[in-house]
Design a protein around this ligand. Structure first.
Ligand code: SF4
Length: 126
C-alpha cells in the first residue's frame, strides 16, 4: 500500500514538474516576444533605425501628436527636479541602444532624456 502511495506521489510530482517547466518556457517565450515588440516601439524604430544621427533628445520629428500628448499629460520634463529620481533610474526607462543618444519610455513613444522625469516615475528594480 505504501509503495503504491509513493508511486502515485512520484507520478504527481513528475507530472507537476513537467507542467511547470512547460509553463515557465511559455512565459519566457512570451516575454521575449514582448521585448521584441517594445523595441519596435522605441524611438529607434520611429526613426527608421537611424539611431546615430539623433543628437538631440528633444527632436520629436516623426513622433505622432497622440504620443506627444501622452508625454505632456504625464508631465514629462527633460531635466528632473526631483532629487534622486530621473528617467535613468526609473523602471519604465528604455536605455539607449548602442550608438543612440536617447533612451525611451515604456509609456509613450519618442526620445527620452536619461535626466528626464514624469509623474509615473517608479524605482527601477535592483
Ligand atoms: S515613466 Fe516617466 S520617469 Fe519613467 S522613464 Fe518614462 S518618462 Fe521617465
Amino acid at each position: 500500500m505504501k509503495a503504491n502511495e509513493n508511486s502515485t506521489r512520484r507520478k504527481f510530482i513528475s507530472h507537476f514538474a513537467g507542467t511547470s517547466v512547460a509553463l515557465l518556457g511559455g512565459i519566457l517565450l512570451m516575454n521575449s516576444c514582448e521585448s521584441g515588440d517594445k523595441k519596435q516601439d522605441s524611438p529607434v524604430s520611429e526613426r527608421g533605425g537611424d539611431t546615430i544621427s539623433v543628437e538631440s533628445c528633444n527632436d520629436y520629428t516623426g513622433v505622432s501628436a497622440e504620443e506627444l500628448d501622452k508625454r505632456k499629460k504625464l508631465g514629462y520634463v527633460e531635466k528632473s527636479e526631483v532629487p534622486g529620481s530621473d528617467c535613468s533610474n526609473c523602471g519604465l526607462y528604455i536605455p539607449p541602444t548602442e550608438g543612440a543618444a536617447c533612451g525611451g519610455c515604456l509609456l509613450f513613444k519618442g526620445p527620452v532624456e536619461a535626466s528626464g522625469h514624469c509623474i509615473q516615475w517608479v524605482a527601477k528594480a535592483e
